[in-house]
Design a binder for this molecule. Structure first.
Ligand SMILES: NC(=O)c1ccc[n+]([C@@H]2O[C@H](COP(=O)([O-])OP(=O)(O)OC[C@H]3O[C@@H](n4cnc5c(N)ncnc54)[C@H](OP(=O)(O)O)[C@@H]3O)[C@@H](O)[C@H]2O)c1
Length: 218
């Protein structure tokens, strides 16, 4: 049976591209989550139109979290804590893949280490040990994801303390057209999150949109 993946806050820049790729892969049932059911339904309908098939559905974040085996969080850092606090009970027993980058506007090209060590560790602290938190996809820009179903020339570094949960994230990276690499424990996510600020700075200096990272030598 296909696993169900819910993209919580999947109505913004980053979430829809991931959701579209996972739905198109045929390997997952995919739900778009939002604070508003109508917004989620609208984005799911737009993605279904792009696909030419009715593969995605839209629900509130709560209903999406309840229906999913794996939840992927794509909200701004300022919304991460409140969103996860509200979903804490519904996420127990599940895998939460955190895409959050703890950017601190206006200097979004400067690395910001949050008080909890990393956004991923802060997510784990809010959710407790009953949720297996993995951090991944922070270095993949929305512009690349929107390119459709083509392979993306970026690697996805996957950090987490549970091997099985990391394997699920690596499988999701592959289904979305990238290589997923186990990058160690959740605490290592601080480096991966920080790399996004570095990539934003590189994009600014090179007038580019899609700086990414590739691991060589393996
Ligand atoms: N954009 C990128 O290229 C990129 C790349 C790598 C990583 N990321 C990271 O991925 C995450 C999402 O980025 P994004 O660019 O997709 O963000 P975004 O478009 O600004 O927001 C995504 C969604 O978050 C929800 N949201 C916004 N404010 C909220 C609040 N106060 N409380 C609860 N939900 C709220 C909204 O969904 P609803 O209104 O439907 O609830 C919104 O559509 C961020 O942490 C970002 O750092 C982004």
């Amino acid at each position: 049976m296909k696993k169900t993946v819910a993209v919580l806050g999947g109505t913004g820049n980053e979430g829809p591209g991931l959701a579209l790729r996972w739905a198109k892969s045929g390997r997952y049932e995919v739900i778009i989550g939002s604070r508003q059911a109508e917004k989620a339904e609208r984005v799911a309908a737009e993605l279904n139109q792009k696909l030419g098939q009715n593969l995605l559905r839209g629900l509130t974040n709560e209903a999406a979290a309840q229906a999913a085996d794996i939840c992927v969080l794509t909200v701004p850092y300022s919304a991460q804590g409140p969103t996860l606090t509200g979903l804490r009970e519904l996420l127990q027993g599940k895998i939460l893949i955190d895409v959050t980058v703890p950017l601190q506007p206006p200097k979004v090209s400067h690395v910001h280490v949050p008080p909890g060590g990393s956004a991923g560790q802060e997510a784990q602290a809010i959710l407790g040990e009953g949720v297996r938190v993995v951090s991944a996809f922070q270095n993949v820009g929305a512009a690349h994801l929107a390119e459709g179903d083509s392979h993306i020339d970026c690697d996805v570094l996957v950090c987490g303390d549970d091997k099985e949960a990391k394997a699920e994230a690596i499988a999701l990276a592959e289904a979305a057209g990238m290589r997923g690499i186990d990058a160690g424990p959740l605490r290592n996510g601080v480096v991966v999150e920080g790399l996004t600020a570095v990539l934003i700075g590189i994009n600014i200096r090179h007038k580019a949109k899609g700086a990414g990272i590739k691991i060589t030598g393996i």
